[in-house]
Write a protein that binds this ligand. Sequence first.
Ligand code: FAD
Length: 476
Amino acid sequence: MIERTPDAAGPKANPQSVIDGLRKIVGDRHVVTDPAELQVWGCDWTKIFAVDPLAAVFPGTTSEVSAVVKFCHENRIKIVPSGGRTGLAGGAVAGKKEIVISLNRMTNIDPVDRTGLTIRCEAGATTQAVQEAAAAAGLFFGLDLAAKGSCHIGGNISTNAGGLKFIRYGGMREQVLGLEVVLPDGTVLDMNSSLRKNNTGYDIKQLFIGAEGTLGIVTRATLRLTAKPRNVQLACIGVKSFDNILDILTRCNMAGATITAFEFFTDVAHGIVLKHAAGARTPFAARTPFYVILELEDAPGGGSVMEPLLEKFFEDETCLDAVIAQNSTQFKEFWGLRENITESLAAHGHVRKNDISLPVDKLAPFIKELEAEVAKAPKDIEVVLFGHIGDGNLHINYVGPKGGDKDAFQQAARQVEEKIFAILPKYKGSVSAEHGIGLLKKKDLKFSRSIDEIAFMKKIRAIIDPDGIMNPGKIF
Ligand SMILES: Cc1cc2nc3c(=O)[nH]c(=O)nc-3n(C[C@H](O)[C@H](O)[C@H](O)COP(=O)(O)OP(=O)(O)OC[C@H]3O[C@@H](n4cnc5c(N)ncnc54)[C@H](O)[C@@H]3O)c2cc1C
């Protein structure tokens, strides 16, 4: 145990003793205490919460993670696990003198198992690095998201990330076969097998998927790979109404198409991307109110599935316009129209983001209610919609003018958002499809989870982390 100063704000141990203790474990170079650097390491993409960690630590191995956590546990020092810091719910924010444990140095990826179709990596490997390792072995990793170059596999697991290919491959939960986790007392729990079948009691690893770092630190994982998708075709489709989007989805389903992505955005979102994303251009001569990004696999024996479908959509005016990507440059350009929305919004003005989900068949009535609420919103709040609509996942973004007062905007947007969240229980929807609860949506958990469910989750957390040191204040 180290020296204590009972009156110290934050950790009960003397801050300098804490830093010295951490340096002994990971080496001087791997403990950051510079205030400017801590502002970066104690933060995620939300950038609306106060950031004030005591230090950021960069262990290089699972044993070091375990030793750091054990040290924090013995000294009752609170921990914030940190990945690529692309989270959109404030889950990786350290605002109360916590120790940030970053997995940034733990990026190893083992050789791909082509027979078992698995890949094993450390939690700090980026999503893109895992995608590339799979591709180099002639295989495919099914999670994809616009933040792939920065976000970590550990962060993906801890947020149960969804992303652009969820409709075909599922979210992160579906990719995880095994996990290694450091528990809040420093114990290393090795559940990192590559078994596909294992009915031997509770599947404990599932608890840590989507736990937002509140139950332990993910250090390694074994992930599922698949064969590469058959020649995929990509179309950008312009439509008049939201109903047209759902009609296209239904008809793709009924045609037996293998949909690998089904995304949508409004023309407002499109305009913002064209304004802010370098090199973005619209593929259409005339703009339309909504757009669909539809990605399909070709038929097993070859031959386009996309073209006959689009012909029918044109014939009965389900779509106003549509363009199929003809080469890899166009492929990237079309995807860019969707993937650049989040960053373009950030450049455009103040943003408050919602990430709701609904049963797909309830989207249309929900959208009508949403439009009615939005019509009552203050005029300087622009509502921008996009999302993984094929999964029932709608990103609602409230955008305020760049020069305006940030706090006043957040408060005004919060009022609109609360009204929209209040519609969700009627449709059994969720306030978070994929970004998580973090700090941002703690008050809103009640819209998606019953009192009994929340009490049960709290019980589980108290068993695993009785001293409350792991990512305190997140989720509830
Ligand atoms: C441009 C952009 C596009 C995005 N698109 C999508 C999308 O399509 N789908 C989607 O789901 N999300 C999306 N996100 C959100 C974000 O990328 C995901 O939530 C991602 O999974 C977070 O990973 P990260 O490594 O950045 O985690 P961080 O932000 O660092 O952390 C997220 C949470 O996980 C915890 N954590 C991180 N690493 C660990 C670990 N090793 N062990 C335990 N806990 C840990 C943190 O404490 C925190 O609670 C997007 C974000 C951006 C900026």
